[in-house]
Design a protein around this ligand. Structure first.
Ligand code: ADP
Ligand code: LRH
Length: 500
């Protein structure tokens, strides 16, 4: 046959999934074979990822992938959320559950880091936006703990899963860039940052790039999943956002011209693809990041709170005995009064898990706007606020990089949200192309398939294959853009991520 079956393991903050894609020249056919909830667990006041439950989901998914492929699996790739890690002892055993980036242990760490390395210097060296949970802050917060003292190795989440599957350890570069310890010009560790902060770079196994081999599945894993070996694991853009950007169905090259993207799931990551980082002071002040992408690209973007705002509202209503259905809420929100109240979707006040509807209402009251009173009104407020933050990020990314975008691509789970896509088109004044929703999984398998020689080409070629094979939806901007200007004025910030 001309097609080969690749499995993508894609672990998101809200769910993990294993997908199988049949890939060949002109063919890209993705099938979800297993999806499982990702439910963090709090013990002793610390919020953890249940990483063994996730790993079990991966094994169950690989078994299902083997069955769905109906023949040998040509490869496996793993991507997941950024910044978090597990520590291993000298025998390679996991030292404790990885801590969730929404945990409060990093409170105070940015101040401690700033005392040793001013934010201006940290940004000039790494180009990474200030997010209080960046690995660098987590490591500084962990300094002096017995666990870190016992650690021989640090593995970022997708590298940890890969290690369990293969027995081989590496640090994939796109995700490594989110640690805020990498220099985006050299695409390797910044010795200066590590030395100034007392961080031991020897904890990290050697860097590897998307497309590099990551070792075959161990025999025990083959036995447990019923797969027939050998099955190679390939390093992909292991940061989920890096993989998602590979699968943006843009028409054109990887040179950054022409399109903006918004990867919308738990987070909205909104920006441009560039061929070199923007490390200016203006870029730092606007809290734009220069994460490393596949094929030498830079993901120049800003983190926006994303659909987390809605997920956390749904969780709160459910806990309060008032469960809501997403589809009904979105239906109601589409008919609700537009732009009645908006919040700054970059405000860290929304970061931790807690009563989200109340935090949103308070933010509205603080800025002299009506408080949303019903779940539908709250939903409308969230979606208007996200669209406003999307607009600010898309516009500022262009201004700061000197590039222009004529189209906005919305990928990730939020591409299913037709109201969010429509509002994003209206707010940005640009046409929106929505889909694919499973962009991270597609980018994951495309990088594997290219490494295996099944498909060829650069990013433009991979994107052309996505465009030709995946269903997309188109939204033309409508309405009066001055209404969005007026709403932005009410919250004053232009929806910047940075508030310090
Ligand atoms: P992550 O990878 O961060 O876990 P996803 O990219 O899977 O997140 O996006 C999950 C979000 O996508 C959900 O919280 C929900 O808001 C949105 N979503 C998914 N499916 C739909 C749908 N059918 N209609 C509207 N929104 C959806
Ligand atoms: C999205 C994501 C994002 C990071 C966040 C921690 O899943 O990887 O790019 O900033 O999680």
């Amino acid at each position: 046959t001309r097609t080969h079956s690749f499995a993508a393991v894609d672990l998101g903050a809200s769910s993990g999934r294993v997908m199988v894609a049949r890939v060949g020249p002109g063919t890209l056919d993705l099938q979800e074979v297993h999806r499982f909830a990702n439910r963090p667990v709090r013990t002793g006041g610390t919020l953890h990822w249940d990483v063994l439950a996730l790993y079990r989901g991966v094994l169950d998914g690989l078994r299902a992938a083997g069955a769905a492929a109906g023949g040998p699996l040509a490869g496996v790739g793993i991507d997941s959320w950024a910044v978090d890690y597990g520590l291993l002892d000298a025998d390679g055993a996991l030292l404790g559950n990885p801590v969730h980036y929404r945990d409060t242990r990093t409170d105070g760490a940015p101040e401690k880091v700033a005392a040793a390395l001013p934010p201006e210097e940290l940004y000039a060296a790494t180009g990474i936006q200030h997010l209080p949970f960046n690995t660098v802050f987590q490591l500084v917060a962990a300094q002096g703990t017995p666990q870190l003292a016992a650690a021989q190795q640090l593995l970022l989440i997708p590298d940890l899963i890969s290690y369990w599957l293969t027995g081989e350890a590496g640090t994939e570069i796109t995700n490594a860039s989110t640690t805020q310890l990498v220099d985006p010009r050299t695409r390797t560790w910044s010795p200066v940052v590590a030395a100034r902060l007392g961080i031991d770079l020897g904890l990290f196994p050697p860097l590897r790039s998307p497309g590099d081999p990551a070792g075959p599945l161990r025999s025990g894993v083959l036995a447990e999943t019923g797969l027939t070996g050998p099955v190679p694991v390939t390093a992909v853009g292991s940061h989920d956002t890096a993989s998602a950007v590979v699968a943006v169905p843009a028409d054109g090259g990887g040179d950054g011209s022409g399109f903006a993207y918004i990867a919308t799931g738990t987070w909205s990551l909104a920006g441009l693809e560039l061929d070199r980082p923007v490390l200016t002071e203006a870029s730092r002040a606007a809290n734009f990041t220069n994460e490393l992408g596949v094929d030498g690209t830079v993901r120049y973007l800003r983190n926006i709170m994303g659909l987390w705002l809605l997920q956390e509202c749904l969780r709160t209503w459910e806990a309060q005995g008032d469960p809501q259905h997403l589809a009904a809420l979105l239906d109601g929100a589409a008919r609700a009064a537009p732009l009645r109240s908006v919040v700054d979707a970059g405000d860290p006040v929304f970061l931790a898990p807690d009563d989200m509807p109340r935090r949103i209402a308070r933010a509205c009251a603080r800025t002299g706007q009506p408080e949303p009173r019903t779940p539908v009104e709250t939903t409308r407020c969230v979606l208007d606020s996200l669209a406003l933050a999307h607009r600010a990020a898309v516009e500022e990314a262009q201004a700061l990089s000197g590039r222009t975008a004529g189209t906005v691509h919305v990928v990730g789970g939020g591409a299913h949200n037709t109201l969010l896509c429509r509002l994003t088109a209206d707010a940005t004044g640009l046409p929106v192309v929505a889909g694919p929703a499973e962009a991270a999984a597609l980018g994951n398998v495309l990088v594997q398939a290219r490494a295996a020689g099944v498909v060829g080409g650069g990013l433009a070629g991979l994107r052309a294959l996505v465009r030709a094979t995946q269903p997309l939806r188109y939204y033309r901007p409508a309405g009066d853009r001055s209404a969005w200007d007026e709403a932005a004025d009410r919250i004053g910030t232009g929806c910047r991520g940075r508030r310090t």
